[in-house]
Design a protein around this ligand. Structure first.
Ligand code: BJ8
Length: 422
């Protein structure tokens, strides 16, 4: 990696501690990614992004801030990036996916908090992630209890604005979310000092739509057998989508898809055509959480789709682009975002419908329903997910895990037994 020490120092990072993180990542990345056979050439771009993960993109954000631009850190796929970009600001996903940050979070949070929350808080308080240092403001949401309380703790250290997400999907809830997006737009205008015009919003609705379309195209290639790209690679691309420049990301992903289309036409894949096809559903996998995909795929089965927020929940459903006034556009945004099916909603039948639909679309042989430890929402919803899959005759296994490697062998044994059954 190029030398970014001055930049990290200027960002107030703990350089010594950060060095430890930088030392661990290349080995882990090599083991999970570089060791794969027949990776598409187009993965070079994403490998480069990871190799320079705390360098290239943070340096772009630093430049943006030098010119007076603002950076918004987000933690949930319900936060409408379109509004942020329409005000000339940049949105960047901040969810922590590394065990490295967990102890820092445990200093202020109960140990029985989900690792995603602990890692996110730890990354900020330990000063070991440039993205967490760079964001001018964090945008939280009222999704789960752990996050709600974490915002209060984080707000002692960094400005935090919380969006009140309804937990049901009646008409009045969609109306409430529309109002909430209006308030958010006001906040974004206040922070950036820029008025959001309908023209700017229309342009940025299109920008984010291009990103969603590129991801959709990538996922569509995974419906083929043999599958032209591994689940690990697809997961990495989706994780990068949360913080890369949206325009560049879309063009790189489309380039990769051109290569994948050729592979499909030639019948080339990264797993044998008869390998069991796995879907993963559950909680999001923030970068660099590649644990389950790595285990499943090194047991010989490709992960062909993720019903998670680092999967189809991030890009499915588009925003209606016909609105010309801010009111119409905000309504269209509210409608699109309320189609995301997170377990924080009750009821959340849409998620079960999605899982059953995806099983068919991606020709899935077995489903792994996996949630992060201490996520009460997803672990409780697992009962209904498993029940629906069993009723449909689709093999399913449930797993609960964290970011540590302690249970990896145990999970491997369980995954092997599951795959033998398919
Ligand atoms: S829309 S899944 S990104 S809230 S895993 S922190 S729920 S205790 S991440 Fe999420 Fe938005 Fe929903 Fe998606 Fe809490 Fe559960 Fe932890 Fe979670």
């Amino acid at each position: 990696m190029a030398d970014y020490r001055n930049m990290w120092d200027d960002l107030g990072m703990d350089l010594e501690k950060h060095d430890l993180l930088c030392e661990a990542l290349p080995d882990a990345f090599h083991e999970v990614y570089i060791s794969q056979q027949d990776r598409p050439e187009g993965m070079d771009y994403y490998d480069f992004v990871v190799a320079e993960i705390h360098g290239v993109r943070p340096a772009e954000l630093v430049e943006h801030r030098k010119k007076g631009g603002k950076v918004f850190g987000t933690f949930c796929v319900y936060v409408p990036d379109e509004i942020i970009f329409a005000a000339g600001a940049i949105a960047t996903g901040l969810c922590g996916g590394s065990q490295f940050w967990v102890p820092g979070g445990e200093k202020v949070l109960p140990a029985n908090t989900c690792p995603l929350i602990k890692a996110s808080v730890g990354a900020r308080l330990d000063k070991t992630c440039p993205f967490f240092r760079l964001a001018d403001i964090y945008i939280g949401e009222t999704t789960c209890d752990g996050k709600k309380k974490a915002w209060e703790i984080l707000s002692e250290d960094v400005p935090v604005y919380v969006m009140d997400l309804p937990q049901m999907k009646r008409e009045k809830d969609i109306a409430a979310w529309t109002e909430e997006i209006k308030l958010f737009l006001n906040k974004v205008e206040e922070v950036t000092g820029t008025k959001v015009t309908p023209e700017a919003l229309a342009e940025n609705i299109k920008l984010i739509a291009r990103k969603r379309k590129a991801l959709e195209r990538l996922y569509n290639t995974r419906k083929n057998s043999p599958v032209p790209i591994s689940g690990r690679d697809a997961l990495l691309i989706t994780q990068i989508a949360f913080y890369d420049d949206p325009e560049r990301f879309s063009s790189k992903t489309n380039e990769l898809c051109d290569e994948l289309d050729k592979r499909i036409a030639e019948g080339n894949g990264v797993f044998p055509a008869d390998a069991p096809r796995i879907m993963i559903t559950g909680t999001p996998m923030a970068i660099p959480n590649w644990k389950l995909h790595h285990i499943v795929e090194t047991c010989g089965a490709p992960v062909v789709v993720e019903e998670t927020c680092t999967g189809v929940r991030y890009f499915e459903n588009s925003v209606d682009e016909t609105g010309t006034t801010l009111d119409e556009q905000i309504q269209a945004l509210a409608k699109r975002y309320m189609k995301v099916n997170c377990a924080c909603f009750t009821p959340n039948e849409g998620r079960v419908d999605d899982i059953l639909r995806l099983v068919k679309e991606y020709k899935v042989d077995g489903v792994i329903d996996c949630n992060l430890q201490f996520c009460g929402l997803y672990s409780t919803e697992s009962y209904l997910v498993q029940q629906a899959l069993k009723k449909a005759g689709i093999p399913v296994m449930h797993l609960e895990t964290d970011y540590s490697e302690q249970d990896s062998e145990q999970i491997r044994t369980r995954v092997q037994a599951f795959l033998e059954m398919l």
